[in-house]
Design a protein. Structure first.
Length: 284
């Protein structure tokens, strides 16, 4: 008789002993089931693949978020950014400048400058805008979390007497305010922005919640600022809420405060431009 080959029998707990779950099914070839270690390696590799894929997806998403909000330079560390512009609607507003001393209207006419540009030039010298100004505020939200503006207020940083001298003005009828929804009176005890519907006061702004609901979607609104009895330097405080966090953005005039003087009081001579906006007439 041929000899029967000897087989090695493993005791329970011996590493060579196959576990019940690793044992082949009845009637199936022994090599049909993969070894336990091989199957474990497969599971671990698959799990690592999921983790890596998730990390890559997050990285790509972050990159796209940053890229999509970088059409213009994004201020570092800021989720909400504000820009401002001082302007007038000369078909309705009166744009005025107070200057110390006497105005040389003959020189202004000789230069044949547009009256609006001439007034800006006087301010660049030593003059001060007077009476009223419009401040256009543009708010940009650089995050995906909606921002609700909860208030706008003028904060006066310095006051001094109006300069003695002449007043030059140009533009539409004085006191035309109907096109402005938001107004701030620097001479009032409360310098919070008030909301209007035409000439009807609705209450402190905002009477309805304003949101920057989408990333990179600007909110633009204009504020008519009216002068008080002194020359006031001021900034605008825009208060907002983002999720559970509250914050404030300070809006100024290109890194310096806005300045506005009264257009009444101790004035030596007053001049207004004519319809051509190139000639000046002294007012009685």
């Amino acid at each position: 008789m041929p000899e029967t080959p000897e087989t090695e029998t493993a005791e329970p707990g011996d590493p060579a002993s196959p576990s019940d779950e690793d044992a082949p099914a009845a009637g199936a070839p022994r090599d049909a089931a993969p070894p336990a270690r091989g199957r474990t390696r497969t599971i671990v590799a698959a799990a690592l693949g999921v983790v890596v894929s998730t990390a890559l997806a997050a990285a790509v998403t972050t990159y796209l978020d940053v890229w999509s909000s970088s059409r213009s330079p994004v201020p570092a560390g800021q989720g909400l950014h504000a820009e401002s512009e001082v302007w007038w609607d000369l078909t309705r507003d009166t744009k005025a400048v107070r200057i110390p001393g006497t105005a040389d209207v003959a020189e202004l006419e000789q230069e044949a400058m547009d009256a609006g540009m001439a007034l800006d030039g006087l301010v660049e010298a030593d003059g001060t805008y007077a009476g009223m100004m419009r401040v256009r505020v543009t708010l940009m939200n650089f995050t995906k979390v909606p921002v609700s503006v909860t208030g706008v207020r003028a904060r006066v940083t310095e006051e001094k007497p109006a300069p003695e001298g002449d007043l030059l003005s140009c533009g539409g009828a004085e006191g035309s305010t109907g096109i402005t929804r938001l107004r701030i009176d620097l001479g009032a005890s409360d310098t919070a922005a008030q909301e209007y519907d035409g000439e009807k006061a609705l209450g402190q702004y905002p009477t309805q919640e304003m949101q920057l609901a989408k990333q990179d979607e600007p909110a633009v609104f204009d504020i008519r600022v009216e002068a008080g009895g002194t020359t006031a330097s001021y900034v605008l405080d825009v208060v907002y809420q983002q999720g559970t966090e509250k914050g404030r953005v300070v809006v100024d005039d290109g890194g310096k405060p806005f300045v506005l003087a009264p257009d009444e009081g101790d004035i030596d001579s007053a001049y207004r431009c004519d319809d051509s906006m190139t000639h000046w007439k002294q007012q009685p």
